[in-house]
Design a protein around this ligand. Sequence first.
Ligand SMILES: Nc1nc2c(c(=O)[nH]1)N=C([C@H](O)[C@H](O)COP(=O)(O)OP(=O)(O)OP(=O)(O)O)CN2
Ligand SMILES: [Zn+2]
Length: 147
Amino acid sequence: MSPRSARLARLSRSVTFSACHRLHSKSLSDEENLKLFGKCNNPNGHGHNYKVIVTVRGEIDPVSGMVMNLTDLKEYMQAAIMEPLDHKNLDKDVPYFSEVVSTTENVAVFIWDNLQRLLPPGILYKVEVQETEQNVVVYKGEETIVK
Ligand SMILES: Nc1nc2c(c(=O)[nH]1)N=C([C@H](O)[C@H](O)COP(=O)(O)OP(=O)(O)OP(=O)(O)O)CN2
Ligand SMILES: [Zn+2]
């Protein structure tokens, strides 16, 4: 069979969700938490309107013309992002954040791991979380060895 070439494309979809949280680490004292997180350590928390942009990467299927059907991606994002996070207190309502500090970095990892469980293998490329217009995290599934 002769080799064929396929066009690779990246496909993105965004959602927004509202949630509140408090930056507080159980590994630190109250004083250390206040010093590290400042106003974000306020005991009663604060809220954000988060924007999440999910990007998948793959071949453009010659029959469907799609990398994946956006209708399917929408459903996966509903299950992986909106259902667990929208209108929640991240620290109290989402078990993952009872032991993990609810920074934007960790929100991005949480979403990545949830999507990985739902999407076809190897297709997830990037999760971008905008906590505010100024504060943005990109996670692409990368890990490093910690000694
Ligand atoms: N590395 C991180 N640092 C901080 C995070 C984070 O997720 N990762 N988060 C916060 C707070 O949650 C906080 O919400 C940030 O608020 P703020 O500084 O007020 O946000 P802005 O920069 O958008 O607001 P300004 O108007 O520019 O003050 C803190 N650190
Ligand atoms: Zn915050």
